[in-house]
Design a protein around this ligand. Structure first.
Ligand code: SF4
Length: 426
């Protein structure tokens, strides 16, 4: 495959996209449990997998020590994998024990893995069976976090899509409600809540909810704002319930957040004057917060390896608001529906790539010697050893980065690797 000529701006979905398939370097969807278990406070994530899966989750979440953890692994032993034991019976026993010991659990996710998929353990039937047994105290759902053909943020998409059918039907005679979709830190949700209230949008729900009993109702009067670009399946499942999606940039940086809020304000008929009155002070503060990082980042080149699916909106933010020069914007999947507004704002001259053939991409990266490489943990160390400055993309999902108040922190995440490298040189 050859590298296409750089795109002359991204005015339509017909822009050249370099599609690659080959060896990939990404975490699997189990990783999403690390931030999802903090969001839905009475949920438990039971991975049905191998010791490898247990190690991944424990090491990814290792820094978080809870008296009562909200995730665990039902470990499949060799006899399960060889079909010598009834995995369903064993799973039922594990779930019974867990729920008897933990009455605080109200929502249990059975999370599929590569091993459970290899032996074709039907977790949707298991979830139905266990739900029947444990309702109304505990609802049991399932989704796949397997690493076969997926990337790590798809774990959240699969989890939230599994939650959509549990949402009650909204009464279509009521006035419209706004549904913000994507697991955001509580502090960010609270900030958005206040901004929507100032704009006069009173009925706002967040999906997923903080507690399993508060899943918001969905119906034809639901207007949806998606907060993460990797939630394609979830958005489609919510639209299938009659909700209407408000297309917008994603709320990264001052401009992205303004456009995201504007989409809701327009749907609610908020006047331009009122919108500016509410938003302008926050926007200006966000812009001021960006100024320091801009000094470090302006004019520097950046190369995104495909990892989090946040790459296109981040490339837009870094080029428009911080003056960086994007060389390659790699993303595991281009979710064209959700990214429609972003695609029109991608920086001129950038190469947009979808999928991965890691060796070829490494060759391009080495040839271009970007000032900053955004990549997964597996690539960061070798590239650092070659003298390149890197940023771990997984941090962008773990950190509060959405909205006006986080714009400065988001920019600082990209500026910090330069400070670190400068310190190492001293
Ligand atoms: S789900 Fe698959 S990729 Fe993820 S840790 Fe388990 S075996 Fe590895």
């Amino acid at each position: 495959m050859t590298t296409p000529a750089p795109s002359a701006g991204c005015e339509s979905n017909a822009l050249p996209v370099l599609r690659e398939r080959g060896q990939r370097e990404v975490f699997c969807g189990l990783t999403g449990i690390v931030w999802l278990h903090r969001k839905i406070q009475d949920a438990f994530f039971l991975v049905v997998g191998s010791r490898t899966c247990a190690h991944l989750i424990q090491s990814a979440a290792g820094v978080m020590v809870f008296a009562e953890p909200r995730f665990g692994t039902a470990i499949m032993e060799e006899k399960d994998l060889a079909g010598l034991a009834d995995a369903n019976e064993e799973l039922d026993r594990v779930v019974d024990r867990l729920l008897a010991r933990r009455p605080d659990i109200k929502l249990l996710f059975l999370v599929g893995s590569c091993p459970s998929e290899v032996i074709k353990l039907d977790l949707s039937r298991a979830a139905q069976r266990l739900s029947t047994k444990h309702m109304p105290q505990v609802r049991v759902l399932n989704y796949s976090g397997s690493g076969i053909e997926t990337t790590f943020t798809q774990g959240e998409d699969a989890c939230l899509a599994a939650l959509v059918p549990e949402a009650p039907e909204a009464d279509d005679r009521t006035s419209p409600s706004l549904l913000v979709v994507g697991a955001l830190p509580d502090i960010v949700e609270d900030q958005f809540h206040r901004l929507f209230a100032e704009l006069g949008i009173a009925h706002v729900d967040f999906f997923p909810p903080r507690r399993a009993g508060n899943i918001p109702a969905i119906g034809p009067n639901t207007r949806m704002l998606v907060a993460q670009p990797f939630l394609g399946d979830t958005a489609r499942a919510i639209e299938a319930r009659g909700a209407k999606r408000l297309g917008a940039l994603f709320p990264f940086g001052a401009e992205g957040t303004t456009a995201w809020l504007k989409a809701a304000a327009d749907a609610w008929g908020v006047s331009e004057l009122d919108f500016r009155r509410v938003v302008a002070p926050h926007r200006e503060r966000a812009k001021r917060a960006l100024a320091r990082s801009r000094e470090t980042l302006a004019g520097r080149s950046i190369f995104f390896f495909p990892d989090s699916q946040l790459e296109p909106p981040l490339a837009r933010f870094l080029s428009e608001e911080l003056g960086m020069r994007a060389l390659e914007i790699g993303t595991p999947y281009l979710n064209r529906d959700l990214l429609e507004a972003e695609m029109k704002r991608l920086p001129e001259g950038a190469r947009l790539s979808e999928g991965q053939d890691v060796e070829k991409q490494l060759d391009r990266c080495r040839a271009e010697r970007p000032d900053l490489v955004v990549c997964g943990l597996g690539l960061a160390n070798p590239l650092e050893a070659e003298g390149m400055t890197t940023k771990w993309s997984i941090e962008l999902v773990f950190s509060p980065v959405h909205g006006f108040d986080q714009a400065g922190d988001l920019a600082a995440l990209f500026a910090r690797p330069f400070a670190r490298r400068a310190a190492l040189k001293v």
